[in-house]
Design a binder for this molecule. Structure first.
Ligand SMILES: Cc1cc2nc3c(=O)[nH]c(=O)nc-3n(C[C@H](O)[C@H](O)[C@H](O)COP(=O)(O)OP(=O)(O)OC[C@H]3O[C@@H](n4cnc5c(N)ncnc54)[C@H](O)[C@@H]3O)c2cc1C
Length: 476
């Protein structure tokens, strides 16, 4: 039964009993109501079925889970905060696999073990949430150089597994750049640990580079070491309204891009801003009713600058442009949060409209205007009457395309959007990963040689196909 866990056969009962022997009963969950939260994804589009949910707290317990799963030929689906948006964090639907599925919930591995100010490193269990890691780093005068609006639930292990990007990517890079070391359990139960914290270490391959972005298909990540950045003395946020997307991109490509203190540059559009303000009773954003809107309606840039000096004057100078309809600026925490809410609450607002088709795509910055301009007509042609809401990490050429209306299992609109992106030389997944949601389109952007390399690495590390089967695999 989708969304529940039950021992339906003698083999399943033996699996549960072996898991309980290995972990203790309290770390093996089978109550359907409790398990439902682990078998349904954040969007509600992906619902699976598991024989059990296990919650290890130590690396040896993860090894024990892997050993039991291997003995029973079971699939192991790792789960951090379950905020992933491509269906990879929950089990596959009942009957989709001919093996039982175990969800390995990592939130019990939740200790921040070390903050090293001299080395500028934080080491933590894979189940530590981003906000807990941010708080620990903040107490020592640092930040992680990475931020997502799912920070309250997303875990360091899940962020490493998905190579998460987020709002500060343009300044500090994504998880691939932030991860300094990793500990992981392989499908044969062995532990790989590279947590020396050395700034330079060129002895052979770097396991972190292999496991970051592997989406739970190559190893269970149990510890993550991340790089830290000093907390800036000053931080200022500006919400800047512009007459059109083209004007926003022109500003972004020119004076804003030249700002040395720039940490975030997020794009939102008129339909999304009206939706967010309406859904959450926020005051209309600056510029909503002023001036004349250009092609495609008004656009907003949420800009954040930070540094050892106050960047307000240079930010104000950078946005002093004839297309600007208005700007709101804040440097105190509450005021900044109020401005960020318009951008950060888009994901939640769209989910209130229905189960969205979520596409997370990127093109080069020079083609971003073309992509945003073409999307409305392509979506309307593929799904007449559907609602399209777009926003994105504009400085990275990354647009989150959300379409509400088509039934969850009708992927015609997904196909239209992803083919357009491929035509423009872009990526079908900018930062959310492939999961099960993008499997059908892997061949659009990866050559046969690329796919064979991935298959060979997978076969070498997980010959039994235990770890997250189906994820990151192209459809035949
Ligand atoms: C409101 C909202 C905003 C978001 N904003 C962003 C954003 O700005 N940028 C961005 O990149 N993403 C964003 N996301 C997507 C999501 O938060 C990220 O993908 C995040 O990295 C997932 O972390 P998680 O702990 O929730 O992982 P999960 O969702 O639990 O899992 C994601 C994938 O990682 C694997 N995995 C999880 N933990 C482990 C582990 N310990 N070892 C091995 N594999 C593991 C899972 O099997 C799955 O394939 C957003 C999501 C939401 C809901």
């Amino acid at each position: 039964v989708a969304g529940t866990a039950r021992a339906s056969s003698g083999a399943d009962r033996q699996l549960l009993s072996d898991l309980e022997d290995a972990l203790g009963r309290r770390r093996v969950l089978t109550d359907p109501e409790v398990c439902a939260g682990y078998t349904r994804d954040w969007t509600g589009r992906y619902v699976g079925s598991a024989a059990a949910v296990v919650r290890p707290e130590r690396v040896e317990q993860v090894q024990a889970v892997v050993e039991v799963a291997a003995r029973h030929g079971a699939a192991l689906i790792c789960q951090g905060g379950n905020t992933g948006l491509v269906g990879g964090s929950v089990p596959r639907p009942a009957g989709a696999l001919d093996q039982p599925q175990i969800v390995c919930g990592m939130s019990g591995m939740c200790a921040v073990e070390d903050v090293d100010p001299a080395g500028r490193l934080l080491c933590a269990g894979a189940g530590v949430t981003l906000s807990a890691a941010q708080a620990a780093a903040g107490r020592a005068g640092f930040h992680l150089g990475i931020d997502l609006s799912s920070r309250g639930s997303a875990t360091l292990g899940g962020m490493a597994a998905t190579n998460a990007g987020g709002m500060q990517m343009l300044r500090f890079g994504g998880m691939r750049a932030r991860v300094a070391g990793i500990e992981a359990v392989l499908a044969d139960g062995s532990i790989v640990s590279r947590l020396s914290g050395l700034a330079k270490d060129n002895v052979g391959w770097d396991p972190a580079a292999l496991f970051v972005g592997s989406e739970g298909t190559l190893a269970v990540i149990t510890r993550v070491m991340v790089r830290l950045e000093p907390l800036p003395a000053h931080r200022v946020t500006a919400l800047v309204a512009l007459a059109s997307v083209d004007a926003a991109l022109e500003l972004l490509a020119g004076p804003v891009a030249a700002l040395p203190s720039l940490e975030a540059a997020e794009l939102t559009l008129e339909d999304g801003m009206r939706l967010v303000a309406g859904e959450f009773d926020l005051p209309p954003p600056v510029g909503l009713e002023s001036g004349a809107a250009g092609r495609g309606g008004r656009a907003w840039l949420t800009l954040e600058a930070a540094g050892p000096y106050d960047p307000t004057a240079e930010l104000a100078a950078a946005v002093d442009h004839p297309f600007v309809l208005g700007a709101a600026v804040a440097s105190d925490a509450n005021g900044r949060a109020r401005l960020w809410a318009y951008r950060e609450r888009h994901t939640e607002a769209v989910s209130r409209l229905g189960v969205p088709h979520k596409l997370d795509v990127s093109v080069t910055r020079s083609r971003l205007g073309e992509l945003v301009g073409l999307l409305p007509e392509r979506v309307a042609a593929a799904a007449p009457g559907a609602r399209l809401v777009m926003w994105g990490h504009a400085a990275d050429g990354n647009v989150h395309v959300n379409v509400v209306g088509p039934p969850p299992d009708d992927d015609g609109v997904d196909d239209a959007v992803l083919r357009l992106v491929a035509e423009l030389g872009g990526s079908i997944s900018a930062e959310h990963g492939v999961g099960v949601a993008r499997r059908r389109w892997l061949r659009l952007v990866r050559s046969e040689g690329d796919l064979q390399l991935m298959a060979r690495v997978k076969a070498a590390l997980d010959p039994g196909g235990m770890l997250n089967p189906g994820v990151l695999e192209p459809l035949p």
